[in-house]
Design a protein around this ligand. Structure first.
Ligand code: APR
Ligand code: PHB
Length: 389
């Protein structure tokens, strides 16, 4: 088979890129290791920056998001007995969209299917060949049958555990990583959210987050040790611990119910440089990972897709290679700012096992400064709603 862009990975990065390219008449074939149902079964965060909303509109996939999503103007931050609200809308004139990333992925699959997009599922043994030449190709297997795609470019949208990053020779890659000494135990419940906006809580027992998917589906998280397991937590134990970590007015009004999903996610910061090698371009989790605290995973993948889509569009429409030559440096500039914000917010809101008394005093001082300073809240708001592309 031949195509213009071979896309490895059928998560939000690969799907959004495929749909945007399609809108501009650029042909692609997307290869996904799993099947669509598996991809859609993954529970992910639910806060979208305006930049991603704009891309979904450009891709013609934003109708359900606008119909079912919620615009949030701010969020609550609590620590000890204190609580304050950061008003993003007032500070930046920009809201965030609360709409499950699973729904974003569902909408993108629907659009690709409606457009007759070429997607292959349950692919094995994907290998990217000659990425550093003008004639890259991808080989893979479906049901044991070897297949081959000759293409102009390869987009590595296959996440942290994919093959694309590994295709770039180790000697050419610089990798940066920070593993946090705790995880997030998350629960999904068919209960009304405890508050109409998100609550980020730094309590002496650890971090907690009150989020939602819609007005009858809530998402809650509590910080837990890396050694912990969802099996260690009955629903009742989770609800009791959450109540101990959030402000009492919300603990008292919290509507509990059976969990429909319960899982633990580790927290990691990771970046690989460069995000390009020849005609292979890395997008999203294939190139970088953030702790979920700032909800920057998909939102940073979105800016990668924006840069790559426009670079490829410029190549095919104008014969210019300026965009593809600038892609890695341009994407990484925004990636590192998202990494910084995610690291800062994670460090601010979590209790670290090895924290000294001084560290705790610094955390409290930072929270007090954030609470009292319009400039500090403006800085946080700018990052939370999304820095410009
Ligand atoms: N061949 C084909 N597909 C692969 C391979 C492979 N060798 N390895 C992984 N994949 C697929 C995975 O099955 C997955 O569906 O690539 C996809 C990668 O999707 P994500 O991991 O969701 O990464 P990405 O699309 O970059 O999404 C970025 O969105 O899902 C949210 O917050 C999440 O940070 C994440 C962000
Ligand atoms: C979520 O709803 O899953 C979510 C929201 C905000 C975050 C992280 C996760 O910062």
């Amino acid at each position: 088979m031949k195509t213009q862009v071979a896309i490895i990975g059928g998560g939000p990065s690969g799907l959004l890129l495929a749909q945007l390219l399609h809108i501009r008449g650029v042909d692609s074939i997307l290869l996904e290791r799993k099947n669509k149902e598996y991809v859609l079964s993954r529970i992910r965060a639910g806060v979208l920056e305006q930049g991603l909303v704009n891309l979904m509109e450009e891709a013609g996939c934003a109708d359900r998001m606008h119909a079912e999503g919620f615009l949030h103007d701010g969020a609550l931050i609590s620590y000890g007995d204190e609580m304050f609200r950061v008003d993003f809308r007032k500070l930046t004139d920009t809201p965030v969209m609360v709409y499950g990333q699973t729904e974003v992925t569902r909408d993108l699959y629907a659009a690709r299917e409606q457009a007759g997009g070429k997607m292959e599922f349950n692919v094995d043994d994907v290998v990217i060949h000659d990425a550093d030449t003008a004639t890259p190709r991808v080989t893979y297997k479906v049901d044991g049958q070897e297949r081959r795609i000759d293409c102009d470019f390869v987009a590595g949208c296959d996440g942290f555990h994919g093959v694309s990053r590994q295709t770039i020779p180790l000697a050419m890659r610089r990798e940066y990583e920070k593993v946090y000494p705790f995880g997030w135990l998350g629960i999904l419940s068919e209960t009304p959210p405890v508050n109409h906006e998100l609550i980020y809580a730094n309590s002496e027992r650890g971090f907690a987050l009150c989020s939602m998917r819609n007005d009858t589906l809530s998402r809650y998280y509590i910080q837990c040790p890396l050694s912990d397991s969802p099996a260690n937590w009955t629903d009742a134990a989770f609800w009791d611990e959450l109540k101990r970590r959030i402000p009492c007015e919300f603990a008292d009004s919290l509507v509990t119910g059976p969990s429909i999903e319960k899982s633990i996610a580790p927290l990691r910061s990771f970046v690989t440089e460069p995000m390009r090698w020849g005609r292979l371009f890395l997008c999203g989790d294939a190139a970088h990972i953030v702790p979920p605290t700032g909800a920057k995973g998909l939102n940073t993948a979105a800016s990668d897709v924006h840069y790559l889509y426009n670079a490829l569009r410029d190549y095919y429409e104008n014969g210019s290679e300026a965009g593809i030559d600038a892609y890695s440096e341009k994407a990484l500039k925004r990636v590192w700012k998202a990494e910084r914000f995610s690291w800062w917010f994670s460090s601010l809101m979590h209790r670290h096992p090895e924290q000294s008394e001084f560290d705790l005093a610094m955390q409290t001082a930072e929270l007090e400064f954030l609470r009292s300073s319009a400039a500090a809240q403006h800085s946080m708001a700018e990052n939370y709603v999304g820095l410009p592309y």
